[in-house]
Design a protein around this ligand. Structure first.
Ligand code: ZN
Length: 163
């Protein structure tokens, strides 16, 4: 039987998740909410990647509506990067591949959205050459080094949009 996660039923779960995603250390979070470090670690490894994947999905939906494109792009890329880092820490190849899949979906959607914007408004949007994006791409490929298959898939996805 699976061990019960005290954080998933914790009344401050939303705040704990936010701290985890912000990258606070396990020990600091454990002390802040008076819970064990092991519980934070298990929740981060087993439950947070799924949360992030859902958050990205939700944001992709918003993004498709064309609101605050650049801000949301940055946000999404950071989240995808966090998923990949989490997956690397927990050695979870499936999650790593999920992270890559999200990045690929995101890139494809962005191409579509920016293509539409460029055609309709004659506006040049340089998302793919911005420093945040270049930094994210580099970090993603480094994070994926232990997973050659995922890394290759990521590199291919990035190449498809001429990065
Ligand atoms: Zn949990």
């Amino acid at each position: 039987m699976a061990r019960k996660c005290i954080i998933c039923t914790h009344k401050k779960k939303a705040e704990i998740d936010k701290d985890i995603i912000a990258g606070d250390s396990l020990l600091i979070i454990a002390r802040r909410y008076n819970i064990s470090k092991g519980a934070v670690q298990r929740h981060r490894g087993n439950h947070v990647p799924a949360l992030l994947a859902k958050a990205i999905q939700d944001e992709l939906t918003d993004l498709a509506r064309g609101s605050d494109l650049l801000g949301q792009t940055r946000e999404l890329l950071l989240q995808a990067q966090t998923i990949t880092t989490e997956a690397q820490e927990t050695g979870d190849l499936r999650t790593a591949l999920t992270g890559i899949g999200r990045v690929k979906d995101l890139l494809e959607l962005l191409m579509k959205v920016t293509g539409e914007l460029t055609n309709e408004n004659q506006t040049q949007i340089n998302i793919f050459t911005g420093p945040a994006f270049v930094d994210m791409r580099t970090r993603l490929l480094i994070a994926l080094e232990p997973y050659p298959e995922a890394r290759q898939a990521a590199a291919q996805a990035l190449q498809e949009v001429n990065l």
